[in-house]
Design a protein around this ligand. Structure first.
Ligand code: SAH
Length: 341
């Protein structure tokens, strides 16, 4: 009981030691109930049952709740047993995948269900969090139009503080936490503070967004390696040379803003300017769009199509393999148009 039930206007008594009961208290409040609490059998008195429609007895391992159970029977008050919240605070970094809820892993879903507090940002599945968590406190730390993102050190402070207060804190991140997600820094902050921390990997956009556009990042006989690069800041000449020399697929995240520098760098390093390039925007959303061009034309084409972030760039012959090669023919002449998902 709790998450799905509408208990608006009712009174629920949550019985059990405070630390063990905190999740149940939060869930019944989230379901709209006025929550009374009783922390131990010694504090219990039958008066507490007045106007109560439901008693949630938390399995806190303490003996002595028999009188409450008996009173519920006598007064025909419904009694449900609730599992105790795990003792001790901890942090779970959860990879949320590229957006849709059903690209969350089973382990990610369990972590969300067990969360007391969730820190999330706008990449990844955040719209359904209320339902997925059942009453956790939801904190948006991401950038939204007109708002500033919470700075990284502040996020780390929030994580650690909530865990030290005894909460299970989930840090939900887009894609995989360790792919340009600053997950490593958050793990380090927890370790420094002596907070238990674990990581749930996620479906990274580096592979899944090309896949959403039908593009395999490797393909037998075409590309046997792929390199994932951050375009957050322009690369150095040496990096452009190395990348161009690898001969495999190049996948760029956060690369829309620095696309001109990347193209100039790779062309200058000798990459074939007829190499296909795909810009996949808003992968897995209803407004997903793929713009296909080549190294020579992509800057102009992406500007003409007004490509914006979030987008994943795929540079390499695998782009011709999109949807099993169905795009190979038009690509030979270079598609300059944008296509839907
Ligand atoms: N940890 C994330 C990446 C964070 S960096 C992961 O593993 O996916 C943020 C960048 O990821 C965006 O700028 C964009 O390049 C890419 N990205 C994430 N989700 C995306 C989506 N649904 N569609 C297109 N690009 C996406």
């Amino acid at each position: 009981m709790g998450a799905g039930a509408d208990l608006a206007g009712t009174t629920v008594l949550v019985a059990g030691a405070a630390a063990a009961a905190r999740r149940a208290v939060r869930r019944y409040r989230a379901a709209g109930a006025a929550v009374r609490t009783v922390g131990s059998p010694a504090e219990y008195h039958s008066v507490l049952l007045g106007r109560v429609v439901l008693v949630a007895l938390v399995e806190d391992g303490e003996p002595g709740w028999e009188r409450l159970v008996a009173d519920c029977r006598t007064c025909t008050v419904l009694l449900v047993r609730e599992p105790a919240a795990a003792p001790g605070g901890r942090v779970t970094l959860v990879g949320g995948g590229p957006g849709p809820e059903d690209l969350l892993t089973g382990r990610a879903l369990s972590a969300l269900r067990e969360a007391d507090v969730v820190l999330y940002d706008r990449l990844g599945p955040h719209r359904e969090l209320e339902r997925l968590t059942g009453g956790a406190e939801l904190v948006d730390v991401g950038k939204r139009p007109g708002h500033h993102a919470v700075p990284q050190d502040e996020i780390e402070r929030l994580l650690v503080r909530a865990a030290l207060e005894g909460h299970h804190v989930v840090r939900l991140k887009g894609g995989d936490p360790f792919v340009f997600g600053r997950g490593g820094e958050e793990v380090a902050a927890c370790v420094r503070a002596g907070v238990e921390v674990s990581v749930v990997p996620g479906v990274t956009s580096a592979v899944s967004v090309p896949a959403a556009a039908g593009i395999p990042v490797t393909h037998r006989g075409v590309s046997h390696l792929f390199t994932v690069v951050s375009g957050h800041a322009p690369l150095t000449d040496a990096e452009h040379r190395h990348l161009a020399g690898l001969g495999g697929t190049i996948v760029v995240l956060m690369g829309v803003g620095t696309l001109p520098q990347l193209v100039a760098g790779l062309s200058g390093a000798g990459m074939d300017t007829t190499t296909p390039v795909a810009v996949v925007e808003r992968g897995w959303s209803d407004s997903q769009r793929t713009t296909v061009s080549d190294l020579a034309g992509v800057v102009t084409d992406a500007a003409a199509a007004r490509c914006t972030s979030p987008a994943v760039l795929v540079i390499g012959d695998v782009v011709r393999q999109a949807h099993g090669g169905r795009c190979a023919e038009p690509l030979a002449g270079i598609i300059r148009a944008a296509g839907g998902a």
